[in-house]
Write a protein that binds this ligand. Structure first.
Ligand code: PLP
Length: 394
């Protein structure tokens, strides 16, 4: 008989030679429990997914209720389903009128693939501008607009016509021209180690897109759904994109993504050719029920207002001589140490002592913190106390 560890190693394709490898038994709130009964404070939340905590009872109830009615009944876009309708209407009510039409998909990368397609379809152009250090997903289109050359090399050729420019540089925006179909950007770059764009840059970016007719795509897969202290990160800048993409925290733990734009341009996906973007599972009704219950919690003003002070508390608690800099917005944090080796040792120490922190794909001298947004002051202090002991031991 194979052990669970042997099955994991032999029958599940790996993504790296050093998986965390915890054998999960169950999860509640901010805690994960392994099969030996060991408890971990989860400061990662499945990378910004379990925003209202693991097994949030309101979300679990909504999922069960929907499952009792029906699960998948048809491909996206054919039947009227209440949970999907409810989610679309709620999102539209929370977004500006120019972002009133949702297309639900399965993941962040698919949302970005489709958003880039929509930019091309709605402008008749093909040039795409993206930013250095960006990450937009791992399928071929999203990889094509992501910056990390090392990760892309072995998978070329990718889609042509993508130009990468400096993030947060107003001068670099000169690359946006009348041939540009779309500009895709994370308003706060996640994988780059939480790089926050300036107001000046965002205002200039919106202006360039307005002047050239290029569609401005905000990838809010990571920054959306309250992560940065506003429901959507674009709200920090008093501008709105033409297309926004969401996933991760949207589903409250179940897989769902979305790209959202105006009704006018979304209609183009149904015409010439029709079926311009299609998906079997997109907008799965159980995932949509979970997402709607989650959104109802997160969109409450008191819930959103509590996020920034919690981020501040983490920042305060992690002041330590080993910490070079903390980059942060709300509960999206990058903590920079001297080098990658120290980050690796700290992640290992924390894992052993019951706290989950995690790497960035490309920013190896920093570790990430993106806990459930429901984390309490006490849980923050306990977790940061353990991280600090780890920092003392480096
Ligand atoms: N966009 C951003 C900003 C992300 O951080 C991620 C995932 O980390 C993605 C897109 C891809 O999302 P998914 O892994 O759901 O395809």
């Amino acid at each position: 008989m194979m052990t669970p560890e042997e099955i994991f190693q032999q029958h599940l394709a790996p993504t790296s030679p050093f998986p965390l490898g915890i054998h999960i038994d169950h999860a509640r709130g901010v805690y994960l429990y392994d099969t030996n009964g060991k408890r971990y404070i989860d400061l990662i939340a499945g990378i910004g997914v379990a925003s209202v905590g693991h097994q949030n009872p309101v979300v679990v109830e909504a999922i069960k209720k929907q499952l009792d009615k029906h699960a998948h009944v048809m491909v996206y876009g054919e039947y009227i389903q209440d949970s999907v309708n409810g989610l679309a209407a709620k999102l539209a009510s929370l977004l500006p009128p120019s972002l009133n039409t949702c297309y639900f998909v399965n993941s962040g990368t698919e949302a970005n693939e489709a958003a880039v397609k929509l930019a091309k379809r709605s402008t008749g152009r093909h040039k795409i501008i993206s930013f250095l250090k960006s990450y937009h997903g791992n399928t071929q289109g999203s990889m094509s607009v992501s910056a990390n050359e090392v990760k892309k090399q072995k998978f070329r050729p990718l889609i042509p016509g993508v130009e990468f420019i400096e993030f947060n540089s107003v001068e670099a925006l000169g690359a946006i021209d009348m041939q540009t179909a779309g500009v895709i950007i994370e308003p706060i770059q996640g994988d780059a180690g939480v790089r926050i764009s300036s107001q000046e840059f965002m205002t200039a970016l919106r202006k360039c897109c307005d002047e050239t007719g290029a569609k401005l795509i905000f990838d809010e897969v990571q920054t959306g759904m309250g992560r940065t202290g506003k429901l959507f990160a674009f709200e920090h800048y008093s501008i709105a994109p033409d297309i926004i993409t969401l996933a991760k925290g949207l589903g409250g733990g179940l897989p769902i993504g979305a790209f959202v734009a105006s009704h006018e341009i979304m209609q183009l996906l149904a015409d010439n050719p029709m079926l311009g973007h299609i998906t079997t599972f997109g907008g799965n009704p159980v995932c949509a029920a979970s997402a709607l219950a989650t959104l109802n919690i997160i969109s409450e003003p008191a819930f959103l207002e509590a996020i920034e002070p919690k981020g501040q508390l983490i920042e305060q608690e992690l002041q330590h001589p080993e910490v070079k800099v903390i980059r942060r917005k709300g509960l999206m944090l990058a903590v920079e140490l001297e080098n990658e080796n120290k980050v690796n040792r700290l992640i290992k120490y924390c894992l052993e002592h019951g706290v989950i922190i995690y790497w960035f794909l490309s920013t190896r001298n920093s570790f990430r913190i993106s806990p459930p947004l429901t984390i309490t002051e006490g849980e923050i202090k306990e977790a940061c106390g353990i991280i600090k002991k780890g920092l003392n031991n480096l």
